[in-house]
Design a protein around this ligand. Structure first.
Ligand SMILES: [Zn+2]
Ligand SMILES: [Zn+2]
Length: 124
């Protein structure tokens, strides 16, 4: 399939340039002019997850999103208005210490929710 590689480059390039996790629908919409179909987007992102290039971001009640797998530890902000998900750099100090004594914490996720800057109408 001759178009597979340009599509893959376009999808991975888009995800990296946006700097926030995006769903397959968002990818398809952003690359609409290339004529990419949703099935191709899914095939590319799922393969990239398998190959370790992308990581899947799964928030409750939301479609899976994808981000580069090599990002440093960070968390996410979900906008209740536009449903976009943003990266929140860094971590909350001592968060693993919240677990009861004797519990071994292997990983954690922090999701902040609210309204993003664009939706709040705050001028910057
Ligand atoms: Zn928003
Ligand atoms: Zn953290």
């Amino acid at each position: 399939m001759p178009s597979a590689v340009p599509h893959r480059d376009a999808v991975l390039g888009l995800i990296r340039s946006l700097g926030r996790p995006v769903s397959a629908d968002e990818i398809r919409d952003a690359l609409r002019e290339t004529g990419i179909g949703i099935a191709t987007v899914y095939r590319i992102v799922n393969k990239a997850v398998e190959e370790g290039d992308l990581a899947k971001v799964e928030l409750p009640g939301a479609p899976a999103r994808f981000e580069p797998a090599d990002l440093p530890h960070h968390h996410h902000f979900e906008c209740d208005a536009c449903k976009r998900v943003y990266d929140v750099p860094g971590c909350a100090k001592g968060v693993t210490g919240l677990a009861p004594e004797g519990f071994a914490v292997e990983s954690h996720e922090i999701i902040l929710r609210g309204t993003c800057r664009e939706c709040s109408g705050v001028a910057v």
